[in-house]
Design a protein around this ligand. Structure first.
Ligand code: PLP
Length: 282
């Protein structure tokens, strides 16, 4: 596999990053994951815009233009012959001369830019009815910034696995925030209910697209908080993310939703999302 590190395309075995990199020592880094279908990038524009915002929120200068970023994505997809898969991008504040909590002088910062691909044949065809559990949301308060602080989400997935489920939904002050790596929705009497945007959740690129398509399809949408009990009593549920698109949820904390099968709204939105995003893929 060929990867990209700071302007160079290298075999993955020859690519390296300093042990003093702040991404490694402090999780002082942001990332994006863009899916690839038919060899093309899905929602690239949205991911590029959110990346710029994440960097800005952390006081990091954007080291790469949108045009160059697109070029690197495309080149990696091309050389690694990715038909279906993902492109992972990470930008850290770079290596400092030593380990120091204080950010390095902005003039001296040389961000570390890393990209690699993951081949995932069958990504678009895979619809897995998901079982989720609920766990406390103990993450920091700036979940709108897509940082690489992913230890708790990772632990959440392990807790789900230990409970015989596929993922965890996070609960804060009695309300569902989001999934460990996705935005979440319930459907009741045909209405799609999802938490509104704030610093409490990641502003999903897939969420934005799916809500737009739902609106265009005259579906009713309500952006508000909901509890896990409300979710358990919903007709259906689903989640969205760049790597899962729209995925039906059929069980929450051991309670089956509706008739226990993937819901029609979720399946319809998945189809619309895949069709429409492929038309605009670059
Ligand atoms: N919420 C969290 C916590 C995530 O990590 C992700 C994706 O990684 C999402 C939501 C979904 O965002 P997107 O649709 O942009 O992939």
């Amino acid at each position: 596999r060929t990867v990209y590190v700071n302007g160079e395309y290298l075999p993955e075995t020859e690519a390296s990053v300093s042990i003093f990199d702040r991404g490694f020592l402090f999780a002082d880094a942001v990332y994006e994951v863009t899916s690839v279908l038919n060899g093309k990038l899905i929602d690239f524009e949205g991911h590029a815009v959110r990346l710029a915002r994440s960097l800005n929120e952390l006081g990091m200068e954007n080291p790469i233009s949108k045009e160059d970023l697109l070029e690197v994505h495309r080149e990696l997809v091309r050389v690694n012959e990715i038909d279906e898969g993902l492109v992972y991008l990470q930008i850290s504040r770079g290596a400092d001369s030593d380990r120091d909590f204080v950010f390095p002088d902005p003039e001296k910062v040389k961000p570390t830019v890393v990209l690699f691909t993951q081949n995932k044949p069958g990504l678009a065809a895979t619809v897995k009815p998901m079982k989720v559990i609920s766990i406390d949301d103990i993450r920091w308060g700036r979940r709108d910034i897509k940082t690489v602080q992913l230890l708790y989400p990772s632990m959440g997935k392990m807790m789900a696995k230990a409970a015989g489920a596929d993922d965890a939904w996070l609960i804060e002050d009695g309300f569902v925030t989001e999934g460990t790596s996705n935005n979440v929705y319930i459907v009741k009497d045909g209405k799609i209910i999802t938490r509104g945007l704030s610093n409490d959740i990641l502003h999903g690129i897939t969420r934005a697209a799916v809500l737009r398509f739902a609106e265009e399809a005259q579906m009713e949408i309500e952006e508000r908080n909901f509890t896990i009990e409300e979710a358990q009593n919903a007709d259906e549920a689903f989640f969205t993310s760049a790597s899962a698109f729209v995925m039906p949820v059929v069980e929450i904390d051991g309670k089956a939703l509706g008739n226990g099968a993937p819901g029609n709204v979720a399946l319809r939105l998945r189809e619309i999302y895949l069709d429409e995003s492929l038309k605009k893929a670059v």
